[in-house]
Design a protein around this ligand. Structure first.
Ligand SMILES: Nc1nc2c(c(=O)[nH]1)N=C([C@H](O)[C@H](O)COP(=O)(O)OP(=O)(O)OP(=O)(O)O)CN2
Length: 256
């Protein structure tokens, strides 16, 4: 599944010569750089999970996992796009503990304690939960399986339509949004996506029931456009406006 969490930090320690525990600028820089290097835009794999096999060779990592119903999940990607986390399950709490233990080592010695929390954005309505990879992105969004938790707003003739929002959020609850051009032949009932991007070769195979393909890259602009077009097909006489988000506070608007 895709996630977008806000990170909250509390530092404990004696005051330095500037009267600070640690300059906020340093806190933000250290934390952001470390998160970007380790878990942000990565596929987080809980290595104590059952039915998991991980192989690493020459900069590539392969993850094979069997779903409880016996179906297969397989991802091959440059190693930095897969974060192996020594826990049974990825939760905000298990990730906070895992990150805390490593992050505290990076702070100046005045910092004696670090409390770290991951929190989901407060979303009053529906949201969609998806993973994807943008082959054409020159940054880390090219990684084949990173995801977001995103609010969605749909308007018909200027009026919010929460029933439609709910329908799309349910359809896109823990979904992989694939790009048709990346599809390769696969066993029946499975989808395989493969592409080469600047960071290397990416490949992902998972059950078709967890996938939704679109004809373009899955940028949030294209997602908003796709949703607006699909809704317009069903409601040709209505003016349709979609606000689709990508994680917290960023998104796109499409109107047809
Ligand atoms: N105009 C667009 N820009 C970007 C898109 C997009 O769809 N349209 N998509 C991405 C990536 O998919 C990416 O996962 C999001 O990247 P980024 O904003 O860097 O990610 P974070 O969620 O980590 O956000 P921060 O708030 O910067 O932590 C990139 N750009």
């Amino acid at each position: 599944m895709g996630e977008s969490w806000l990170l909250q930090l509390e530092l404990d320690g004696a005051l330095n010569e500037q009267g600070m525990v640690c300059d906020f600028g340093i806190v933000k820089k250290l934390t952001r750089e470390w998160m970007d290097k380790t878990i942000d835009h990565a596929l987080l794999v809980p290595t104590r999970m059952d039915n998991l096999k991980v192989e690493q060779a020459v900069g590539q990592t392969r993850v094979e996992w069997v779903y409880p119903d016996g179906q297969a999940f397989n991802c091959l990607s440059p190693s930095k796009a897969i974060a192996l986390i020594d826990v049974e399950e990825i939760t905000p709490e298990s990730m906070a503990e895992w990150c805390r233990a490593q992050l505290i080592e990076l702070f100046p010695q005045e910092v004696k304690g670090l409390n770290l929390r991951f929190v989901a954005e407060q979303i009053d309505g529906d949201f969609y939960h998806y993973s994807h990879g943008l082959q054409q992105h020159d940054g880390n969004c090219q990684r084949i399986a990173h995801g977001h938790r995103s609010r969605i707003e749909i308007f018909l003739n200027g009026e919010r339509d929460q029933k439609l929002e709910h329908e799309w959020a349910s359809r896109w609850s823990d979904i992989y949004i694939g790009t048709s051009a990346h599809r390769k032949e696969s066993a029946e009932g499975m989808h395989t996506y493969e592409y080469r991007a600047p960071q290397g070769e990416f490949s992902l195979t998972l059950p078709a029931q967890y996938c939704y393909d679109i004809d373009t890259e899955s940028t949030v602009e294209q997602i908003a456009r796709h949703l607006a077009a699909r809704i317009k097909q069903m409601k040709p006489f209505d003016e349709v406006l979609v606000r689709a988000y990508e994680g917290v506070g960023k998104g796109a608007v499409s109107q047809v």
